[in-house]
Design a protein around this ligand. Structure first.
Ligand SMILES: Nc1ncnc2c1ncn2[C@@H]1O[C@H](COP(=O)(O)OP(=O)(O)O)[C@@H](O)[C@H]1O
Ligand SMILES: [Mg+2]
Length: 365
């Protein structure tokens, strides 16, 4: 699939933008704070309904305006699909697919698949578990609607259970205590499904990442990802029951997949803890490349790759690996300068210069 065109109205620092992309490699270059990431964000938004920066809708609307429109045309199997987004200041956004409004946001998932890669992703190995869980969840939400359903319900129930724990901590009441069981049964049900799907996801990534990582490191390093579910044994319900008193004391749910983690091993060494910064970055790069491959295997099509300011963070060897492994993938790259492309003779299909919320196409040669 590829993004054929993008139209922005009062989105971030754009009044009106109309841009057509090529199927291959597209470069958006310009100084800082000109609006490059804003374009990437709008594309990501059409894929996931959310900003990759975790920003609220109202903050993406152009300052001083009340609403904002994004129109994107994605071509899938030669068929164009239009996604319209209408961001509103104080209300939920409106989304339409081919002009027909959708009722639930999960109807949007899977229409446009993107893999987003930014400098923050390079830190995924050394950052905290929350970011690694976010990685798994964002990916699975794009790929698996059942997972979306399970994780949304799970998170809702964790919040409700935590509220109950707080109430019980404040004032213990036997009848109220007995209602805990209702939450624990549901939590165990959704939680187990999440654990099963995450286990499968990590297995799938492992099958792909090993070869990619060997390749990037010229056969010098291995990689293996281990899923670290936050339960002992496999009975989540028992664990929840077992921890009830403690959970009331600390007013929070101490076990369950909302506390899961994944670890990365090079042979027997935990790269999270003992890897050099270079090794951690390479592992992150391998992970992203595996993500593309995995999405491809599942959707039987190529996702769109968004590389936001990430090339300048990689040394030329890693850059080369990244760019040379992209075959038949539409790639949109932002950067401040074009030097590295010219030097490395990468194949570029279109170049755009971004200046203060305007985009101008320049000649390739
Ligand atoms: N809601 C908004 N309305 C208008 N301008 C905005 C809004 N949000 C961010 N901006 C502007 O967008 C610019 C940053 O854009 P960004 O895409 O992050 O830049 P970069 O080119 O460095 O990636 C800044 O000039 C900022 O003031
Ligand atoms: Mg940027």
């Amino acid at each position: 699939m590829y993004v054929q065109s993008l139209e922005l109205n009062n989105f971030r620092n754009y009044d009106n933008l109309n841009i057509g992309f090529e199927k291959g490699t597209n470069i958006l270059y310009g100084n800082n704070a000109q609006g490059k990431t804003n374009i990437m964000e709008s594309i990501y938004l059409c894929s996931t309904s959310k900003s990759h920066r975790g920003i609220k809708d109202r903050d993406m609307i152009k300052f001083g305006c009340d609403e904002s429109h994004i129109k994107i045309t994605v071509v899938k199997n030669n068929v164009p699909v239009r996604i319209d987004m209408h961001l509103k200041k104080n209300r939920a956004k409106g989304i339409a697919v081919n002009g027909i409004p959708i009722k639930k946001v999960n109807e949007l998932f899977g229409i446009l698949n993107v893999v987003f890669f930014s400098p923050e992703d390079l830190a995924i190995i050394k950052n905290g578990p929350a970011e690694r869980r976010r990685f798994i969840d964002l990916e699975l939400c794009q790929l698996d609607k059942v997972y979306v359903f399970n994780i949304m319900n799970y998170n809702k129930i964790v919040n409700q259970r935590n509220k109950l724990l707080k109430d019980l901590n404040y004032y213990y009441d036997k009848d109220l205590y007995n209602t805990l069981d209702v939450w624990d049964i549901q939590l165990a049900d959704y939680g187990s499904k999440i654990i099963t799907r995450r286990t499968q996801f990590i297995d799938e990534i492992n099958e792909i990442i090993y070869g990619i990582h060997r390749n990037i490191t010229n056969g010098k390093e291995d990689i293996m990802i281990k899923y670290e579910p936050n339960i002992v044994g496999n009975n989540l319900y028992d664990q929840l029951c077992h921890n009830r008193e403690k959970d009331i004391k600390y007013k929070t749910t101490s076990v369950g997949p909302h506390r899961d983690d994944i670890s990365f091993y090079n042979k027997e060494v935990d790269i999270r803890r003992y890897g050099s910064q270079g090794q951690q970055r390479t592992a992150a790069l391998s992970l992203k490349l595996s993500e593309i491959e995995l999405v491809k295997n599942i959707i039987k099509d190529m996702p769109v790759l968004l590389l936001d300011d990430v090339l300048s963070e990689l040394d030329s060897n890693r850059q080369r690996h990244l760019l040379s492994s992209l075959h038949n993938v539409q790639t949109i790259i932002t950067c401040t300068g074009l030097d590295e492309f010219v030097q490395n003779r990468f194949n570029i299909d279109s170049i755009f210069k971004v200046v203060e919320g305007t985009v101008e196409r320049s000649n390739n040669e």
